[in-house]
Ligand binder design. Structure first.
Ligand SMILES: [Zn+2]
Ligand SMILES: [Zn+2]
Length: 256
């Protein structure tokens, strides 16, 4: 049996089996009871490296230096959100059959295969009013702290009314990007601690399903076209960076 290179996130005593976060049932149950919660990952582990790599290799804004990744946390949303997400993912999978027999990915690396629901890992930058991940691991209850709000309550369409957010290029939805520097733009709050500057960003699992590709913005969109599950802004002449928009709250949840 291959073991993970990351200690059990709950007891920090034993190495779980590869691909698992917890060493035993009790630890998993304790984490479920404590959810929503966040667990700091070891800076030496494979997951930390994997995520730092995704962050730095997708940093496209050449004029801004790539920030160092200081810490990575694994987020466990409450069970209700996880269940809704999994149900939605199954629903999308049953409509289109992406993960069935590992269909190859349409673009990019040919060795990649599609996952159930065409789930992908995308960044989301937003406001943070507390020092989560910088000098505290405790979620705050400030209603203006969107990072904690999302971790506790999940993504809400109503956070992001189109009229108050003129940057929403594809109407009222929940926006993600595969480009870390694009999401960084929306991580507005820089925190200073011990004279160093920090920012936070969420990396999320998103059910992309069947994506409708757009080459230019359309602020009047009211959801994805029928038989599609999401809208993808493709970089090109009109758009600078990739964007992914889902119009259902259950389509996305937090992984990191
Ligand atoms: Zn354990
Ligand atoms: Zn907070």
């Amino acid at each position: 049996m291959i073991k993970s290179d990351e200690l059990c996130l709950e007891c920090r005593q034993e190495y779980p089996l590869n691909g698992k976060d917890f060493c035993k049932r009790e630890c998993e149950e304790r984490a479920q009871i404590n959810a929503p919660s966040i667990y700091k990952l070891s800076n030496e582990g494979r997951k930390f490296k994997d995520i730092s790599n995704q962050f730095s290799s997708s940093w496209k804004h050449k004029n801004t230096p790539i920030p160092n990744v200081y810490a990575v946390y694994k987020i466990f949303p409450n069970n209700d959100l996880v269940t809704k997400y999994n149900d939605y993912r199954n629903y999308v999978e049953n409509r289109h059959g992406f993960g069935y027999k590992g269909r190859p990915f349409p673009k990019g690396n040919e060795n990649r295969t599609m996952t159930r629901g065409n789930e992908q890992r995308r960044f989301h930058g937003t406001r943070m009013k507390c020092f989560l991940g910088i000098k505290t691991d405790t979620l705050c209850s400030n209603s203006e702290c969107s990072i904690c709000g999302i971790i506790i309550n999940g993504f809400k369409l109503s956070y992001e009314g189109p009229r108050s957010f003129p940057w929403q290029k594809f109407g009222e939805g929940i926006y993600f990007s595969g480009t870390s520097s694009k999401s960084d733009y929306f991580s507005k709050d820089t925190k200073t601690h011990n004279s160093k500057k920090y920012k936070a960003m969420l990396l999320n699992k998103v059910v992309v399903g069947r994506a409708f590709e757009m080459l230019e913005e359309n602020k009047d969109m009211e959801g994805s076209p029928s038989n599609y599950d999401s809208v993808v802004g493709e970089p090109g002449e009109k758009l600078n960076h990739d964007e992914l928009v889902v119009y259902k709250e259950c389509a996305c949840y937090l992984v990191i």
